[in-house]
Design a protein around this ligand. Structure first.
Ligand SMILES: Cc1ncc(COP(=O)(O)O)c(C=O)c1O
Length: 418
């Protein structure tokens, strides 16, 4: 191959994360996987497609609009269900979107974040990301040639340390344009920002003049405690809300959206978002928009109602995984626990701390010899953080698979500690 195609951005490990996962699963078809953050297959009910579409058709029949034009023609770039998404945000989040055109309906979070980055980073600047973090953001930022500064998770969660880091960057002449945040139950570490943490981050954004890209993919999956207000609901002016229906309805729809910042004196980004979208996907498939809109209308615009069965099922799975971890890695009186884990109140993941390094080759070894696939948290890191951590996903395993998988993982840990 010509050297022009070697050692390019396409060789960057962050762009390889999904491929690694798939190849290990293919090499070990009999292994149980706790590696992928897919929603539960059992919650992906194709009947939702028929129900959503039928409900949307009824809705359109009660208006002056033509269903043929809406569903069959090229559609409006920003989307055809913006007002319905605005109602959902009002009902579930007390977010008042004053102009529905501030919403651009996208093909999943992934397109929403691509358009948002394109609209902000024209002319350069720095994107701050917590580290480790979902490779969907770091991968696309790298592909777009955006300068990324990873922020260790401990700094990201501590407003004083974050301010220090930002000021150090500024003193080196860096122009910070945005910070990506999963405020609720992050991927991979399941960390959340407290209410005070959110407020402090917003006031820092205001003072230092940068935007926050708030990813709410896991927000509707809280299993205990009270919800914390989203950053968008606290201060719309500083926040691009990046929403996804991948977990809250299902990923096959490829449905998501971005809500641009709004408020007095705030620059409108919707024109930029739409220009970029018109050259990337033209418009989001109307059929997929119709299904989402119909389901939202059917549930009085609330994803909370729609997701209640899912939340119950994931709560059981999470609790079951906690029980299995307790059983397989018991606390020994007088001794430190060799294996420990966090206790997230929601999301799809539990992050486990091991007494040894666990990277890609260990992941392969564990899959090959012990028939369980678990994901090294460090593969989501740009700075080789979290080298002894493992992300366990409970979302798409049955309780009996979780029991077996954690037993097999304990056998692997014993093998390593021999
Ligand atoms: C942090 C995070 N954001 C967003 C998404 C959903 O992305 P999309 O809507 O593109 O499927 C995921 C899915 O894994 C995720 O982990």
């Amino acid at each position: 191959m010509s050297s022009a195609f070697e050692n390019t951005i396409f060789d960057d490990p962050i762009l390889n994360v999904i491929h690694l996962l798939n190849s290990i699963a293919q090499e070990n078809p009999e292994a149980i996987s706790l590696a992928s953050g897919r929603p539960d297959d059992e919650q992906c009910d194709p009947l939702l497609i028929d129900r959503g579409l039928a409900r949307y058709k009824d809705h359109v029949a009660g208006t002056e609009q033509s269903l043929a034009t809406l569903l069959c023609q090229y559609g409006k770039t920003s989307g055809i269900i913006n007002e319905i998404i605005a109602s959902h945000l009002q009902v579930d989040e007390a977010i008042n979107v004053s102009n529905p055109e501030s919403i651009v309906v996208c093909m999943g979070f992934q397109e929403a974040c691509t358009l948002t980055l394109l609209s902000i980073f024209d002319g350069g600047g720095v994107l701050l990301v917590p580290d480790p973090v979902f490779s969907g953001i770091t991968g696309i930022a790298k592909l777009l040639g955006i300068k990324i500064v990873p922020v260790p998770m401990t700094v990201f969660l501590d407003p004083i340390a974050l301010r220090r880091l930002i000021e150090a960057l500024e003193s080196r002449g860096e122009r910070i344009k945005a910070l990506y945040a999963i405020a609720d139950f992050s991927n991979p570490t399941a960390d959340s920002l407290s209410h005070d943490g959110r407020r402090a981050m917003l006031s820092l954004a205001d003072e230092k003049n940068f935007f926050i890209l708030e990813d709410t993919a896991y927000r509707y999956f809280r299993y205990e405690g009270d919800a914390i207000a989203s950053m968008k609901s606290i201060d719309s002016r500083r926040v691009f809300l990046l929403g996804s229906f991948a977990k809250s309805i299902f990923p096959g729809l490829r449905m998501g959206y971005v809500v641009a910042p709004e408020g007095a004196g705030v620059m409108s980004f919707s024109g930029r978002l739409c220009k970029a979208k018109s050259l990337i996907t033209v418009n989001t498939p109307a059929l997929c928009q119709a299904v989402v809109a119909g389901l939202l209308i059917e549930h009085d615009y609330s994803l909370k109602g729609l997701n209640q069965p899912r939340v119950l099922s994931y709560t059981k799975k999470r609790n079951h995984m906690f029980e299995c971890l307790e059983r397989e890695f018991p606390f020994k009186v007088g001794a430190q626990r060799a294996v420990s884990w966090n206790h997230p109140a929601g999301g799809f993941f539990i992050n486990v701390q091991l007494p040894f390094v666990f990277g890609y080759s260990e992941m392969r070894e564990c899959a090959r010899l012990f028939k369980v696939i678990v994901f090294p948290t460090s593969l989501f890191s740009l700075m080789n953080e979290a080298t002894t951590q493992v992300r366990l996903s409970f979302s798409n395993a049955t309780t009996s698979q979780i029991t077996q998988a954690i037993g097999r993982f304990r056998a692997y840990v014993e093998f390593r500690l021999q």
